[in-house]
Design a protein around this ligand. Structure first.
Ligand SMILES: NC(=O)c1ccc[n+]([C@@H]2O[C@H](COP(=O)([O-])OP(=O)(O)OC[C@H]3O[C@@H](n4cnc5c(N)ncnc54)[C@H](O)[C@@H]3O)[C@@H](O)[C@H]2O)c1
Length: 354
């Protein structure tokens, strides 16, 4: 059987997760890498025995027409440019989150996918974790009833990454666009994918990157210029067309006891908190009951599977025409929420989403 030829644009940190997952799937082979950082490109190429190496995506796409699929793992500011170039070259594309810098770019990407008849999947990796699959099984079975309120929380006490993440020209924003994306998307996906109608938000930049801390735990690849011109905390109330409301909090720096990453669902039959494990809350036989999900005897089960699930699903879509569960239109909706949140934070008013 002919193997799917995989190219990756941007072979930094998150590309390593894509690479591991591609390597675990016999349907494909790693074929070409592209990165503007020549040293990184060479070393990642050597490590994985990939010899088609390019510092320019257009050269790669021109010289290697045999490429079938492309993972876009670059900084946020080039997701649109790289994805559109790959789609126009006739490739199926998996683009990392956030889809783009804003909804306008995201819409152009979706249009390129449609015009070329190719798949543009967005890397909403939390949809592919075992925890999401398990809780979705309960939701689809009707255990939660009508989910009318959700909380999407991703708070770091001192966790501003180094490098491009805090440089708005490269990232498009701070914890809202970086971390908020994960939990907003998961909460919206689990609650049945309602359409956003308005956002009221506030952002702050009070603590910055906390670089002065004596035990500094900042991670990421250092960039030449050290910029912090993004928010360090974002909070928002998002309204949806089915009446559901989502409360969001996302921070790089905040005076809290410890980091928190959770999605909470509140339905009229049950509620749940999805964090390092899953707990569900309901009434049974006239009593309030809490259920802690175990699923398997492997204690890491609920927290694993994300990138493998994402890449295998991408290949299922490409090879077997399986319907994609995180297509471009889902990315566009998310970018509309983020645009509205940043506008609301700037103006102090609730912003409608059209
Ligand atoms: N899904 C997740 O959980 C998750 C986690 C971390 C990062 N990400 C996303 O992945 C993307 C990359 O983040 P990262 O942490 O790997 O960053 P990184 O800096 O470690 O890697 C990005 C790489 O892209 C290269 N690059 C930048 N612009 C390029 C271009 N135009 N053409 C070719 N190469 C280019 C850089 O040189 C770098 O090597 C971001 O969009 C980020 O939001 C997702």
């Amino acid at each position: 059987m002919k193997k799917i030829k995989v190219a990756i644009i941007g072979v930094g940190s998150i590309a390593q997760a894509h690479i591991s997952a591609y390597l675990s799937d016999e349907r494909c082979e790693l074929y070409a890498f592209c990165d503007i950082d020549e040293n990184r490109l060479k070393s990642v190429g050597e490590k994985f025995g990939v010899t088609h190496l390019y510092t320019d995506k257009d050269e790669m796409l021109k010289n290697c027409p045999e490429i079938d699929v492309v993972s876009v793992c670059t900084w946020n500011n080039s997701h649109a440019e790289c994805s559109i170039a790959a789609l126009n070259a006739g490739k199926n594309v998996l683009c990392e989150k956030p889809m783009a810098m804003n909804a306008q770019e995201a819409q152009a990407m979706k249009k390129a996918a449609e015009q070329n008849g190719k798949l543009l999947m967005i890397g909403f990796v939390r949809r592919y974790g075992n925890d999401a699959k398990v809780i979705k099984d309960f939701i689809d079975n009707g255990n939660f009833g009508d989910i009318y309120y959700t909380k999407a929380t991703y708070l770091r006490r001192a966790g501003a990454p180094k490098g491009w993440f805090c440089d708005s020209e490269l990232s498009g924003g701070g914890p809202l666009i970086d971390l908020g994306v994960h939990v907003i998307d998961l909460a919206r996906y689990l609650s049945g994918g309602p359409k956003p109608v308005s956002v009221y938000a506030a952002t702050f930049n009070k603590l910055g990157n906390r670089e002065h801390l004596k035990f500094n735990t900042r991670w990421g690849i250092d960039s030449e210029k050290s910029v912090f011109d993004v928010e360090d905390l974002a909070t928002a109330l998002i309204r949806f067309d089915n009446g559901m409301v989502m409360a969001l909090e996302a921070s790089f720096s905040l005076n809290i006891k410890e980091d928190v990453g959770t999605v909470q669902l509140f339905g009229d039959k049950a509620g749940a908190i999805i964090g390092s494990d899953i707990e569900m809350f309901t009434e049974e036989n006239g009593y309030l009951t809490n259920t802690s999900l175990k699923c398997t005897t492997d204690s890491s089960f609920l927290n694993s599977g994300m990138f493998f699930g994402e890449i295998h699903h991408f290949l299922d879509c490409v090879c077997d025409n399986v319907e994609c569960i995180s297509p471009a239109e889902e990315g566009v909706l998310l970018m509309k929420i983020l645009d509205a949140a940043y506008e609301s934070a700037r103006t102090g008013h609730e912003v409608e989403i059209k």
